[in-house]
Design a binder for this molecule. Structure first.
Ligand code: UTP
Length: 235
């Protein structure tokens, strides 16, 4: 069996501000349908986006424990994962029923189904790390992180107008940018979870970061064609 590919789909992609989200979800289903047509397998890990932020902010004045707030975020990621899973099932694809709650069972499910969709697992990290862990567990060649920025930047482009985008870099270069492997507060996010970057370094897993709003870029990366985004090689 050829190795599967794992894709982290940022929750912000499912809940954009504009009304085009059904079009986006339809395109994602079509791309995945094409991808699995030849027998390929794919693991999809879905982020929490707006429902996670909303639920965490509702709980925050009453719940001070970071792990407890993480649990609220995890519930939102699984809600979003259920939406994607049901959309793929409705498209007639071979999707693992239910949402696996850990990467070991998700990797196992990938040997019985072409598609596995999951959200978060346990407190202390984000779904980027879950996707990277699933890629390692399932012996994937690469983990693609589809998010709402076009590339990794040398510094935060939301804060620095002169931040330059990077086309190609090593995992160590990426770690210099995202910082040491520590969990921020529930619901906070940088370009990619530093805990996941450390796991990728430890297991020699290449990554790709791209703008998931531009579905053609995800399609290119999935099929191994040149794509617009950042390629992150081992080193
Ligand atoms: P996300 O993976 O969506 O995190 O999980 P994010 O980086 O904040 O959001 P995006 O990618 O920009 O949309 C939402 C929150 O759920 C908790 C964390 O608090 C995270 O910030 N979470 C998620 C966990 O604690 N463990 C998990 O496995 C997943």
């Amino acid at each position: 069996m050829a190795p599967p590919v794992v894709v982290a789909l940022g929750g912000s992609l499912l809940h954009p501000d504009e009304d085009e989200r059904h079009v986006w979800l339809q395109e994602i289903c079509a791309i995945i349908s094409d991808y699995v047509q030849s027998g390929s397998r794919i693991g999809l890990v879905i982020g929490g986006g707006a429902p996670a932020r909303e639920a965490i902010s509702l709980a925050k004045p009453l719940v001070t424990d970071v792990s407890a707030l993480d649990e609220v975020g995890i519930a939102a990621t699984r809600l979003n994962a259920t939406v994607v899973s049901q959309a793929l099932i409705a498209a007639g694809l071979d999707v693992c029923p239910g949402i696996p709650s850990d990467v070991v069972s998700a990797a196992r499910a990938l040997s019985h189904h072409q598609i596995v969709v999951m959200g978060g697992t346990s407190p202390g990290h984000t779904t980027d790390n879950v996707a990277i862990r699933l890629a390692i567990e399932a012996n994937a060649d690469i983990c693609i992180v589809a998010t709402n920025v076009d590339k990794v930047y040398e510094k935060d482009p939301r804060q620095f107008e002169d931040a330059r985008p990077i086309d190609s870099m090593t995992l160590s270069d990426l770690q210099q940018i995202v910082g040491p492997p520590v969990h921020g507060k529930a619901g906070s996010s940088g370009v990619i979870d530093p805990i996941g970057v450390q796991a990728a370094i430890d297991h020699d897993l290449p990554l790709a970061v791209l703008d998931g709003r531009e579905t053609a870029r995800l399609e290119s990366a999935l099929t191994g064609s040149p794509f617009e985004g950042t390629s992150i090689r081992v080193g």
